[in-house]
Design a binder for this molecule. Structure first.
Ligand SMILES: C[S@@+](CC[C@H](N)C(=O)[O-])C[C@H]1O[C@@H](n2cnc3c(N)ncnc32)[C@H](O)[C@@H]1O
Length: 167
């Protein structure tokens, strides 16, 4: 599939972003958010998980979900081949949803699987001309969430990061 063919060339760019996540958000809060049952929507090859494990996070309750079997087979984590538009989970069954650079590829709402008070970490890339539009898109998709912290970075790719909690 498309992403598995080009993803290798992105790994360095993605790692740069992951480092900024740890710098930009309170580490204790992230550890709390990541300690429960976590769903990584559009996880790709589990590169974020590999990075977090190297940083000492315990990912025993994580599920990596992606529709691309080639991406998933590279991940050594608990994987599920699936589509974010049709999730096979019970409502309010996750403590946290991570969705990095994938929300624009998923049409439907998926926060229905998040428990009330559950955390979500979402990111999306932008260019200088479309920052407002991308922020509006994220805010609309996350309208039932209360933002804990949001920031943007400019790097090899510009990125918006939002950590939020379900109301
Ligand atoms: C740009 S990659 C991001 C991968 C990873 N989250 C990261 O941090 O690098 C986007 C991922 O979204 C996945 N994706 C595409 N459509 C999806 C869908 N409907 N549901 C879930 N994931 C989807 C792709 O297969 C791809 O692995």
């Amino acid at each position: 599939m498309f992403f598995s063919k080009i993803y290798k060339s992105w790994e360095g760019i993605q790692e740069e972003k992951y480092k900024r996540i740890l710098l930009g958000f309170d580490t204790d809060l992230l550890a709390k958010a990541f300690s429960g049952r976590v769903l990584d929507m559009g996880s790709g090859s589990g590169f974020f998980e590999k990075f977090l494990e190297e940083q000492g996070f315990n990912l025993s309750k994580w599920i990596c979900l992606d529709p691309d079997s080639d991406m998933l087979k590279e991940s050594g984590f608990q994987n599920m081949l699936g589509d974010g538009n049709r999730l096979p989970f019970k409502s309010k069954s996750f403590d946290c949803i991570v969705c990095l650079d994938s929300i624009h590829l998923i049409r439907e709402d998926f926060f229905w699987v998040l428990k009330p008070e559950g955390f979500t970490l979402v990111s999306l890339f932008y260019n200088p001309g479309n920052l407002k539009e991308k922020r509006r898109f994220l805010k609309e998709r996350m309208k039932n969430m209360e933002t804990v912290k949001e920031f943007q970075i400019e790097g090899r790719e510009n990125e918006i990061f939002i950590l939020a909690r379900k109301r």
